[in-house]
Design a protein around this ligand. Structure first.
Ligand SMILES: Cc1cc2nc3c(=O)[nH]c(=O)nc-3n(C[C@H](O)[C@H](O)[C@H](O)COP(=O)(O)OP(=O)(O)OC[C@H]3O[C@@H](n4cnc5c(N)ncnc54)[C@H](O)[C@@H]3O)c2cc1C
Length: 529
């Protein structure tokens, strides 16, 4: 495979879903576009793969749920995406007086959630307080979501949107100015409920409720503002279906894609940018008027000699386990069916105080005694990712997302620490199960169990994400970070006509297509369109 031209209007470095969004918009605008991807597959962190070769099951290998992908991009690009609601929002098992029970928050029945909360807390107050707390998030979303596809507002302008009524003022103060722990502790009393809320602030990053950097607030907002509802939905066909649709949109718009590309050098000094690369050892070079960068600032820094300067909030903290199961494990909390519990986000060891302890352990350089994690089963909402014979035999896929496992724990001896962490996460899950997860796993022909684990080191190796940060670096605010950024698209770099089109951009991060869209708009504005 080679390129059809030596000069393009736009070259995009990396073919993650954001690069594909940018390519589709720019191709449709009549520009010639080339994407260069290091891996042998398209989609970056939005890939589905047959992880266990003996079984035809296409797992969402990295990202798995969608909330932040704007309906506008779906409409603009004519994407055929089905994002399906899960019947259960979350299930959190607990033990009281020696008996196993669980807090089930339904996506379809408020009454069921209310009843379950009352069983846990003994009265109606916590349920009411949780609703009031989430009203703050909903209010924040209403004032901010539509701006994600527009040039950035300054912080002052953004704040003004929240000054018209008490609820909005409180939403701003609680979510954008004070550490999230303050509002959680003000509204909620139950440790399990506090923890449940806090997890959205810790997914993928290493932080705690009172972190003065407020990175936990930014992470929390990303989890709550998507399409103004913050609901996380299942991409039918797996996350790879999102990438496939986008790839098709990009190709149909005329974009060319090249995989297995080894980038050799970038010359960004002149008006025309030059990209040197090799495919299968064969050297090539192309020129472009615009360069869009889909990988993170850390990777860009390696090619430009302008070293990337992260701070501690950019560190990734994730442990992902992908599993194929022969059967769903039964719960000790027998009053819930496995299907009810596993189709939502299943929280384990995510109490508020327990996560303060796990953060503390990991800060001191050791794996937490109890490892907080959340698990969910894609195939209970969408079984199309399994071959028909696996479906009929009762197979399921399961994904575990572990937190408080920063990159620094794995950087010295990834292999050993990966094994240890996997063991701990399985132990965490097994405390709630009648039958250990290991006994429910499918077995490959060679006798190995169908389980794979990815540490932050593995994630950086596979995708280039800085220290395994799932957002490429610390999630950003939905408004300008600096005064001089107001009015820009938040994609600019120090190089003329070189723009970030991935998660590293302001308002990048997660499966959203937002920075891809915004980089395309930036190119349009330079061209006066
Ligand atoms: C384990 C995990 C779970 C996640 N879960 C969710 C989730 O459920 N929902 C959600 O919304 N978000 C989730 N995320 C975050 C989300 O997936 C990412 O933020 C998003 O997909 C990033 O998309 P992107 O297009 O900006 O960049 P990427 O997907 O990072 O794409 C960048 C591309 O650049 C390529 N590249 C890197 N270096 C080079 C190089 N030198 N030369 C050429 N190409 C290169 C990479 O291979 C990659 O294809 C998760 C991420 C991870 C890792």
């Amino acid at each position: 495979m080679s390129t059809t031209k030596t000069r393009y209007d736009v070259v995009i470095l990396g073919a993650g879903h954001n690069g594909l969004v940018a390519a589709a918009y720019l191709g449709r605008a009549g520009l010639s576009v080339l994407l260069l991807e290091k891996n042998d597959y398209i989609g970056g962190a939005t890939t589905s793969q047959q992880v266990f070769p003996d079984y035809e099951a296409r797992l969402s290998r990295y990202s798995y749920l969608v909330s932040l992908f704007p309906e506008k991009i779906i409409r603009d690009l004519g994407l055929n995406l089905e994002l399906r609601r899960r019947a259960t929002g979350s299930f959190t098992p607990y033990v009281r007086e020696g008996r196993h029970d669980g807090l089930l928050l339904s996506n379809v029945s408020d009454e069921e959630s209310r009843r379950s909360m009352v069983e846990l807390t003994g009265n109606e107050t916590e349920h009411m307080q949780m609703k009031r707390f989430y009203d703050l998030a909903r209010t924040f979303a209403e004032h901010s979501w539509d701006s994600m596809l527009e040039p950035l507002l300054s912080k002052d302008e953004f704040k003004r949107r929240y000054q018209n009524d008490d609820l909005s003022r409180e939403a701003w103060r609680s979510l954008a100015e004070e550490p999230l722990g303050v509002v959680i502790e003000r509204y909620l009393q139950n440790d399990l409920v506090r923890g449940l809320v806090l997890t959205d602030a810790k997914i993928g990053i290493f932080t705690h409720p009172h972190d003065p950097s407020l990175v936990q607030n930014r992470c929390f907002l990303y989890h709550l503002i998507g399409n103004k509802t913050g609901e996380w939905k299942v991409p039918v066909g797996g996350m790879g279906a999102v990438a496939r649709e986008l790839e098709q949109a990009a190709r149909q718009s005329g974009a060319e894609l090249l995989t297995r590309v080894n980038l050799a050098g970038l010359d960004l000094s002149g008006k025309t940018k030059t990209v040197q690369f090799e495919v299968d050892g064969k050297p090539s070079a192309v020129e472009a008027r615009f360069l869009l960068v889909n990988f993170g600032r850390n990777v860009l820094g390696k090619y430009t000699g302008h070293s990337y300067q992260p701070d501690s909030s950019d560190e990734g903290s994730v442990f992902k386990i992908n599993m194929l199961l022969r059967k769903l494990p039964k719960l000790k909390a027998a009053k819930y069916s496995p299907a009810e519990a596993w189709c939502g986000t299943f929280h384990s060891d995510e109490g508020y105080e327990q996560m303060n302890r796990s953060y503390d352990h990991a800060s001191k350089g050791r794996l937490p005694e109890k490892t907080p994690c959340e698990v969910y089963c894609h195939t209970l909402t969408d079984d199309s990712i399994l071959a028909p014979e696996l479906r009929s035999q009762g197979f399921h896929t399961m994904t575990l997302f572990g937190i408080d496992t920063p990159w620094s724990l794995f950087s010295r001896d990834n292999q050993t620490m990966r094994k240890e962490a996997e063991k701990k996460f399985l132990e965490s899950m097994n405390q709630w199960l009648e039958e250990p997860l290991e006994e429910c796993l499918a077995v490959a022909r060679d006798g190995s169990l169908c389980i794979e684990s990815k540490s932050p080191v593995d994630i950086e190796d596979a995708l280039g994400m800085y220290h395994g940060n799932i957002f490429q670096d610390a999630p950003s605010w939905p408004f300008a970070a600096r005064r001089d950024q107001a009015g820009t698209w938040g994609v600019e770099t120090e190089f003329e006509n070189v723009f970030l089109c991935g998660s590293s951009a302001q308002r990048g991060g997660a499966v959203s297509g937002i920075p891809g869209h915004n980089a395309a708009m930036k190119v349009g504005s330079v061209l006066g369109r």
